[in-house]
Design a binder for this molecule. Structure first.
Ligand code: SF4
Ligand code: SF4
Length: 446
């Protein structure tokens, strides 16, 4: 059960984030130079190809929820890479000396405009790439733009504040080891064992600030599932935070450090698998972006909790007691899991095993519409109106299924859906996949 007072207090805390950001003073010229230095450093063959191959067909606009919701040309996905394209033309392309004659240099004012385009109005959902005839990876380009903007001190203040906190104090929204221990004690008072700081385990479970603060039932449900399976697992207090505000803000040093904290603990206990909580962006952060210091792959598998549960069901190792309530349910595919990660069948296998009468959205799976609040957009105060417009696409899509509830496997999607539901007095219940599964565990093994 979610404490709505805590949800409201969390929303109130977000409004104060800008006051907490420490300024990054520098001249306009320095901001431009620092941003361009990042763009040049990140200009590999695949990015250069993406920048050069756009045929300006506009198909990506139709796929982007922010363009769809506003019909505003500035939200055309390909335009989000215009500054990168110009820096490439002038400085790193084959005919750069010639192109400098007619392609203008970028300015500080244009970087300021890019902040809204690359943070508020891009959730790095990747939907535009699904329709692009040239296969252009706009989300990756936007992520590089975020790094350039952070380096220029031009990331949104909300994301800057949390990134600075995570980098300097190791906490996120004030949640550190002490708050994790309190949450675990709460779960243990329900009679649910939670192995903490075990020296060896096959599975390391990672939690997140959102579960500690708001969705403790998801933490309890994860523990119940793993206990039921009889697996050797633990949470490590020195590497429990899945949220990576380095990835979200564009602070690359923090991105690596936040992943390193998890990797160090997983290696220390000899983990074969690291299971991430219901937190969409933590999946690309650890599964694709993170590597060992020498560049080699991580020595363990990284799985989202929905993916892990689905695989256990598919392999016949997890049998559930099917629900008899007969209510109609739909599933919201989180962009980072389904579109980017291909985690489509696993959550559905888990829900079917739980006896859920599943109604798919249209479009669905990797073509599903984004919730509108991913990649940190949920925290940007000035973007609330734009997010709400994007949410209306999502809302209509869910309502069209006729379902009485929507199940999610990403805490950020869950928050965004809850915010939309609160604003619109929306009657459709919002549920968590891991909690649905835990409710259907056979009683004798709970
Ligand atoms: S769909 Fe691809 S090629 Fe067409 S405008 Fe968008 S990014 Fe460019
Ligand atoms: S990645 Fe998603 S939000 Fe960003 S431009 Fe493409 S469709 Fe729009």
């Amino acid at each position: 059960m979610i404490d709505m007072n805590v949800f409201r207090a969390f929303g109130e805390a977000i409004t104060h984030l800008p006051e907490m950001a420490k300024p990054m003073p520098m001249s306009d010229a320095e901001r431009v130079e620092r941003a361009k230095a990042v763009m040049r450093r990140k200009m590999d063959r695949s990015l250069a190809l993406d920048l050069e191959s756009c045929v300006h067909c506009g198909y990506c606009s139709e796929a982007c929820h922010f363009y769809q919701a506003t019909s505003d040309d500035k939200y055309t996905p390909s335009r989000k890479l215009d500054l990168l394209r110009r820096v490439h033309a002038r400085e790193t392309s084959a005919f750069a000396p010639l192109k400098r004659l007619f392609v203008k240099d970028i300015t500080n004012e244009e970087l300021l405009e890019a902040q809204e385009l690359c943070f508020d109005s891009c959730t790095e959902c990747g939907r535009c790439s699904m329709v692009c005839p040239m296969g252009i990876n706009t989300a990756r380009g936007v992520n590089i733009m975020r790094e350039a903007l952070y380096e220029a001190g031009l990331a949104p203040l909300e994301l800057t504040a949390v990134a600075q906190e995570q980098q300097e104090q190791g906490t996120v929204f004030g949640v550190g080891t002490r708050e994790l221990l309190q949450a675990i004690e709460q779960v243990r008072t329900q009679g649910i064992p939670v192995p903490l700081d075990e020296p060896k385990a096959d599975i390391m479970v990672v939690s997140t600030v959102i579960d500690v603060l708001l969705f403790q039932d998801a933490l309890a449900a994860t523990a119940r599932v793993l206990n039921h399976l009889g697996r050797s697992w633990t949470i490590r207090s020195a590497g429990f935070e899945a949220a990576n505000f380095g990835l979200l803000s564009g602070n690359e040093a923090l991105q690596k450090e936040a992943s390193r904290r998890i990797i160090t603990e997983a290696i220390a206990i000899g983990a074969k698998e690291v299971i991430l909580p219901e937190c969409g962006h933590s999946y690309p952060a650890l599964r694709w972006e993170a590597v060992m210091d020498d560049g080699s792959p991580l020595p363990f598998d990284v799985l989202a909790i929905s993916e892990f549960i689905g695989r256990e069901v598919q392999a016949g190792r997890l049998a559930l007691k099917p629900s008899q309530d007969g209510s109609l349910v739909t599933y919201h595919d989180a962009c980072k899991l389904a579109r980017h990660g291909g985690v489509v069948q696993e959550p559905r296998a888990a829900l079917r095993a739980a006896g859920v009468h599943l109604l798919d959205t249209s479009p669905t799976a990797e073509h599903n519409w984004c919730c509108g609040g991913g990649a940190g957009a949920f925290l940007i105060n000035r973007a609330a109106g734009l997010r709400h417009k994007a949410w209306e696409i999502k809302k209509a899509q869910i309502e069209a299924t006729g379902a009485a509830s929507v199940v999610v496997s990403c805490g950020s999607c869950r928050l965004n859906l809850m915010a939309g539901a609160q604003a619109d007095a929306w009657p459709i219940a919002i549920d968590s996949l891991v909690e649905v599964v835990a409710r259907q565990l056979p009683a004798e093994k709970q």
